[in-house]
Write a protein that binds this ligand. Structure first.
Ligand SMILES: Cc1ncc(COP(=O)(O)O)c(C=O)c1O
Length: 473
């Protein structure tokens, strides 16, 4: 048998030989029943002492990887080689870069989507609320809380939803989660069986796709047009439909009223569940607010999902869901099984922040700041950037998308902008089913007015020099 072993340096020689032989046996390169060279021959070939190879053979034999047969030699044991089978949780690559830990942005001007501006967060008020939570915690012995969340926080969220989204719900209807992402996961746990079909918007939100794929679902991308998801294209057997009705992710248009009604009827007829991900709908800048899809739901089909990631900051890791009443008990149980409950300290602090009015004040302030930032962005898109980009003007949210006019390479533009220290993010990667369209997603939550202005003025000087692409973004 011809085995190739490579030794690096002179340290831990037996460990190096052991690991390489073991890996060869496990992945089948050293086939069951094959005879290994003798320990003396291997030692000579590798330039190590015979004792070293003897130790390795002894260890591999003791662990059952090798079978020594006195007088005949040493053989690879049978039944050990393993074919690599992708683990669906790891293989779910629908999220691409989104599942990597977020790198600290390398660019001085960053249009990363979903980022909020922590520089203007009222940390003094927040500190007061955290101190309050610490005092509350110190009163009690340690105990586990309610899986659905702390009473005060559920009260605060139910009031907030009633006021801002006209969603009538009681604290008992609410389950507090670790961000919207955990809400999506808990729903998948109780609704999906491996092989079930999940429909979602295409282009769509990669972490949602990755979550359903990790649960073994077959995810089908459904096209969107300027009214949102095209209900007529929903796969008839879908068990779950994931949508972003207030602010389609990533393009930004709201789901029109006729489509909302069609979607609800569709789900009712097929006994399907709809997830309404209302991730940044509170920042509405024009037009009449379209109420939450859940408000129109007369057949209890919609699970409403919200998050504080866009109104406060993502590191808080607090979200919530308002499920149909019939799903409430199993979702509570699934939350308990997942992590018992979200951190009480953060929940109590956040409840105080909301009930004292600090959250509403913060929202009002951010609304004003984001409105101005959005205006600066739009005026560049409508003026100096208009030869290259066509904005899709959303009524809500803290990011805005714009499609590149034909002939401009998205990847070429991202690279050219990065060279000027401007972090731009493309749209093409969000398409899975349909042909990718080239465009940009401008997250403006984390950038000050002058930063947006400076970045877009530079962009206008870069765009004329970005090459074409011959058909592909
Ligand atoms: C479509 C969508 N849903 C939800 C979220 C927020 O998720 P989480 O609450 O887990 O931070 C984001 C953040 O970017 C998003 O874009």
């Amino acid at each position: 048998m011809d085995i190739h072993l490579r030794l690096e340096g002179r340290r831990d020689l037996s460990g190096q030989i052991y690991r390489q032989l073991r890996a060869g046996i496990v992945d089948g390169r050293l086939a069951a029943g094959e005879r290994l060279p003798s320990s003396r021959e291997l030692a000579d070939r590798l330039g190590v002492s015979r004792q070293t190879t003897l130790d390795v053979f002894e260890r591999l034999s003791a662990e059952g990887f090798l079978c020594p047969r006195p007088g005949a030699g040493t053989f690879v044991a049978p039944g050990i080689a393993r074919t690599a089978v992708p683990n669906p949780a790891i293989a779910a690559d629908g999220a691409g870069d989104w599942l990597q830990p977020e790198a600290v942005p390398a660019h001085s001007l960053e249009f990363r989507g979903g980022v909020t501006d922590k520089r203007v967060f009222p940390f003094t008020a927040w500190r007061r609320c955290v101190n309050h939570a610490l005092r509350v915690q110190a009163r009690d012995r340690g105990h586990y809380g309610d899986p659905a969340g702390e009473d005060e926080l559920r009260l605060a969220v139910s009031r907030y939803l009633g006021f801002h989204r006209a969603l009538s719900c009681t604290p008992d209807d609410i389950i507090i989660t670790h961000g919207a992402q955990q809400a999506l996961d808990l729903i998948a746990r109780i609704v999906l069986r491996p092989g079930d079909v999940v429909a979602m918007e295409d282009p769509g939100y990669p972490p949602a796709r990755a979550c359903y794929e990790a649960h073994g679902a077959a995810v089908v991308g459904v096209p969107v047009d300027d009214e949102g998801i095209v209900v007529d294209h929903l796969p008839p057997q879908a068990r779950l439909v994931y949508v972003t009705p207030s602010h389609q992710f990533p393009l930004g248009m709201p789901l029109s009223l006729p489509r909302r009604i069609a979607l609800l009827e569709w789900a009712q007829q097929r006994d399907a569940i709809i997830i309404e991900d209302d991730y940044d709908g509170e920042f509405r800048f024009e037009g009449r607010a379209l109420e939450a899809l859940k408000n129109l739901d007369r057949a209890d089909r919609v699970v409403y999902v919200g998050t504080f990631s866009k109104t406060i900051f993502p590191e808080l890791r607090i979200g919530y869901l308002v499920p149909p009443r019939t799903l409430n008990p199993s979702l509570r149980r699934s939350k308990q099984l997942a992590d018992w409950h979200s951190a009480s300290l953060t929940q109590t602090a956040l409840a105080k922040f909301m009930l004292d009015g600090d959250f509403a004040r913060h929202l009002r302030r951010m609304h004003g700041l984001y409105r101005t930032r959005r205006q600066i962005l739009l005026s560049h898109l409508r003026q100096d950037l208009s030869p290259w980009l066509t904005p899709i003007v959303p009524i809500a949210g803290i990011h805005l998308s714009a499609m590149l006019k034909p002939g401009i390479s998205e990847s070429g533009l991202l690279a050219a902008a990065a060279a000027q220290s401007i972090g731009l993010y493309g749209i093409a990667g969000f398409y899975r089913a349909g042909p990718p369209q080239a465009g940009l997603l401008f997250g403006y939550g984390g950038m000050a007015d002058d930063e947006i202005d400076a970045a877009l003025s530079t962009l206008a000087t870069i765009l004329p020099h970005v090459g074409g692409y011959g058909g592909q973004p």
